[in-house]
Design a binder for this molecule. Structure first.
Ligand code: MEV
Length: 433
């Protein structure tokens, strides 16, 4: 059994790798070669990536793909997507093309409020705490002036601070619940710095002028941002849905709506339905250097806001019009964080026309809607495996270490045959025998 190591972070990169090889690997040369193969030969670039996190030993690649032909609010975008799942970019591109000639996507930001909280306990009367809070509220705000001045100059800053009585949920538990406008920044550092200053001011003012014990537990932004909301939509006359894959548009619209309605009422389906939307959302969030964990956590909380986990998208078929839309909370940034640091993030943002945070919210919501449209369209027509396995074919061929010639032959064969793992193995074995 390996023994624990102390001071690992202080070792050099090579020392870390050698320790790992000695401790966990049997074929050390192969493992060392692999790790080094993924280093970038441009030393400056390599160092940049190493310094994003602690204990970096190498780089972990994901493909950066592009889904072109997205018409959003009458502007044409090519959307960058960082993702490993074979069929996602193809499905996004297909959905973009489908809607290109049917009016494209319409998107609008509904609200942009971010939230942070100081959680604390207090053992006195709420009425005393309330009047204390009203007295110190201007001080809470003025104490952050060094942190907020740049943001305020650009039109953002602290929107409000409220005192919340949570003592019915947990003994002696109260909050400062603060709202912020962070403009083009995701704003995590800004919000957390403001909150920690609120906490310091709250503590010192309580010591001076509040009877009873007040203890700050923690100060942190919330990744649940139900008032940082964006909506994206597609619509067209039902008859316009007719296409190569949709022979009977009325039947398609009916079944598609039924599938979305099922996701509205059935949490097991809703989770998978929403996962399909997140395929698009996460891929763009990642490509643009945003925090996909924050987005995931906030979006799923929003999907459960009415007390039951439900679909993020909705569909209506009324007056011969098919309408499909998504409404999601997204706290995104196009300045700060990785946006000016990671060269491929800069590249992705330039590809999107250097969007504001609001424009990026619209683009990401559209990517989610398009992906969900593609998945539900396949599910209610051909089934998902046909397209998925076609895209997965290359992964199977690479697993089998197929030569370029073998690949060419197999790809040709599966243009007219159903792809299964077994069928690919069989044809490769036949070719090789
Ligand atoms: C696979 O990554 C996503 C789907 O399962 C989504 C869905 O079922 O709607 C195809």
């Amino acid at each position: 059994m390996p023994t624990a190591i102390s001071g690992f972070s202080k070792l050099s990169k090579s020392e870390k790798i050698e320790w790992l090889l000695d401790t966990y690997f049997t074929d050390k040369d192969a493992a060392r070669t692999l790790v080094k193969k993924y280093w970038n030969s441009d030393e400056k670039l390599q160092k940049l990536h190493e310094e994003f996190i602690e204990n970096t030993i190498t780089n972990y690649y994901l493909p950066l793909g592009v889904a072109p032909n997205f018409l959003i609010n009458d502007t044409l975008y090519a959307i960058p997507m960082a993702i490993e799942e074979s069929s996602v970019v193809a499905a996004a591109s297909k959905a973009a093309k489908f809607w290109l000639n049917r009016g494209g996507f319409k998107a609008e930001v509904i609200s942009t409020e971010k939230i942070g909280q100081v959680h604390f306990t207090y053992d006195g009367e709420f009425s005393a705490l309330k009047s204390f809070f009203e007295t110190i509220k201007p001080k809470l705000i003025s104490s952050t002036s060094d942190i907020t001045k740049n943001m305020e100059r650009r039109g953002g800053g602290i929107v409000n601070i409220e005192l919340k009585d949570k003592s019915d949920d947990l003994d002696h538990y109260y909050q400062l619940h603060a709202t912020f406008e962070t403009l083009d920044a995701m704003g995590a550092n800004f919000i957390n710095s403001c909150l920690e200053q609120f906490a310091d001011t709250l503590k010192s003012e309580a010591q001076r002028s509040l009877e009873g014990q007040l203890d700050v537990i923690m100060s942190i932004l919330s990744n649940y941002v139900p008032n940082c909301l964006v909506r994206a939509e597609v619509s067209c006359p039902v008859s316009d849905l007719k296409s190569k894959d949709i022979r009977n548009p009325e039947l398609f619209a009916k079944k598609f709506k039924q599938a979305v309605d099922i996701a509205q009422v059935e949490p097991y389906r809703a989770v998978t339905h929403n996962k399909g939307a997140m395929n698009g959302i996460d891929a763009v969030v990642l490509a643009t250097g945003n925090d996909f964990r924050a987005v995931e956590a906030g979006v799923h909380a929003y999907a459960a806001k009415d007390g039951k986990y439900s679909s993020l998208t909705q569909c209506s078929v009324e007056d011969d019009t098919f309408k499909f839309w998504i409404e999601i909370p997204l706290a995104l940034g196009t300045v700060g964080g990785l946006t000016s640091l990671h060269p491929l993030v800069k590249f992705s943002l330039e590809m999107l026309g250097k969007p504001s945070a609001k424009e990026l919210m619209e683009i990401v919501a559209v990517a989610g809607l398009a992906q969900n449209f593609g998945a539900v369209k396949s599910l209610t027509t051909t089934g998902i495996q046909e397209g998925h396995m076609k895209m997965h074919l290359m992964n199977i061929l690479n697993q089998l270490e197929a030569t370029p010639k073998e690949k060419e032959h197999v790809i040709e064969h599966f243009k007219t045959n159903v792809v299964t793992h077994g069928a690919v193995v069989e044809i490769i074995e036949n070719l090789r025998s």
